[in-house]
Design a protein around this ligand. Structure first.
Ligand code: SDX
Length: 392
């Protein structure tokens, strides 16, 4: 089973493209990357393994992994001139606004890797994006809290480097917890790619016009920001804080069922999964590990667990096939790790960059590739005569 769908222009299918990267079976709750189950990758691989797999189609051998990891590590620094770019933002700018701006501006600083017809430049741009995203994200965070930027270090792995750039300060040694670094790495794996979701489709459509890769990834970041998509992890925390205590859960469950009430249970439901999102199960396990490691008793987790229990027993949600998705637990873990809610979607964008890049390259390197040009079902006026201003 390859899980490929072929788009047949002759018939209105929801399939938008061929792809060999990620396969989802929403009915059963299966997610595979290049044939490997997400549960196995989350258990046995690290994020660099998964990045190599998504980009090259195979898990790396030891020497390939060493070389790939080195090429990423030695591209983590940002062009020094971009520091001034950050200083143009207000301190209270949402970090996603900074991400969209800074990533879009990368084509102005790295124009030697914007010629998409050159395979070498495509590879360099891909590595630069994957390597620099943690630095860009960490700088957005440091800028928002008025702390100095922390440079990446070549003696740390991808997740450790990110945690160090986020939480360390020049005044003292920052001790990286191996459990937090492993949890961070696993969160990156679980968010790496997810077939043709809204932001990935945005990247593909942008890339189909041969726009440079930095501009395409900036478009993907913009799309991911929405609370119906990647912004849901931030919205889950806001919802749990609004619910506040377990005894108020039934009130919100009823609101979620009321078609006239715009309230939606954040972190529940999915356009494709009509069963448990396999990532949510791994995330739930990781959530308990992180909270135990940190000795955090988060009352919001208690509310989250009770909300999940009640929702899963409720026949409305069963009938609508609404299950917790990846965002339901990620917000709680990230809050426990010390991230502000404004950074949750930034972390999602950081992790999803490899998926966007892999899907962009698959599209660009397809010899059949043409500019994307969706059509419409026109339901406006039929032809009518012009009316002069004086006669309107
Ligand atoms: C992500 O596409 C991806 O792969 C995305 C993602 C990825 O990795 O890229 O998986 C990441 O975006 C996960 C989703 C995060 N969003 C949220 O958690 C926000 C809350 N969820 C909802 O907004 C909603 O479930 C969506 C947007 C995710 C999906 O909406 P759909 O496509 O309308 O869902 P559906 O067709 O399955 O809905 C069926 C019914 C509808 O009611 P009816 O029209 O049949 O009466 O269930 C209702 C929906 O209104 N419904 C909900 C609900 N989600 C759907 N009702 C209450 N609460 C909810 N959360």
């Amino acid at each position: 089973e390859t899980g490929c769908f072929t788009y047949d222009p002759g018939f209105t299918s929801t399939a938008s493209c061929d792809s060999a990267i990620t396969y989802i079976d929403g009915e059963v709750g299966i997610l595979m990357h290049r044939g490997y189950m997400i549960e196995d990758l989350a258990e046995h691989s690290d994020f660099m393994d998964v990045c190599y797999l998504l980009l090259h189609g195979e898990l790396p051998k030891a020497d390939q992994k060493t070389e790939f990891e080195r090429s990423i590590t030695y591209h983590t620094m940002l062009h020094e001139q971009m520091n001034y770019f950050y200083r143009g933002f207000r301190r209270d700018s949402h970090p996603m606004a900074i991400m969209v701006g800074v990533v879009g501006a990368m084509s102005a600083f790295y124009h030697d890797s914007t010629d998409i017809s050159d395979p070498r430049q495509r590879m360099i741009a891909s590595h630069r994006l994957i390597a620099k995203m943690p630095t860009i994200a960490a700088m957005a965070y440091k800028f928002s809290i008025g702390q100095p930027f922390v440079y990446p270090r070549n003696d740390l792995n991808y997740a450790e480097n990110f945690l160090n750039m986020i939480f360390s300060v020049p005044c003292e040694e920052y001790k990286i917890s191996p459990v937090l670094a492993r949890a961070m790495d696993r969160i990156f794996i679980l968010h790496a790619d997810h077939e043709q979701n809204a932001s990935t489709s945005t990247v593909r459509i942008s890339g189909s016009s041969n726009a440079n890769p930095f501009a395409c990834i900036a478009a993907g970041i913009a799309s991911l920001w929405g609370p119906a998509h990647g912004g849901a992890n931030e919205a889950v925390l806001q919802m749990l804080q609004e619910i506040g205590t377990k005894d108020r859960i039934p009130e919100f469950i009823e609101r979620a069922k009321d078609r006239d009430d715009p309230f939606r249970l954040m972190g529940f439901g999915h356009r494709v999964y009509k069963n448990y999102d396999p990532r949510a199960k791994v995330m739930q396990k990781s959530c308990h590990e992180v909270l135990a490691e940190l000795g955090v008793k988060d009352p919001l987790l208690d509310v989250a667990m009770e909300l999940e229990r009640i929702a899963l027993e409720d026949e409305y949600f069963a009938e609508k096939k609404l299950f917790p998705n990846v965002d339901f637990y990620s917000g709680i873990i990230l809050k426990a790790m010390g991230f502000p809610t404004s950074m949750f979607t930034v972390l999602f964008a950081l992790a999803r960059t490899v998926g966007w890049v892999a899907q962009w390259r698959e599209m660009i390197e397809d010899p059949k590739q043409r500019i994307s040009r969706p059509r419409q079902l026109y339901n406006g006026h039929t032809k009518r005569d012009y009316v002069a201003l004086g006669d309107r």
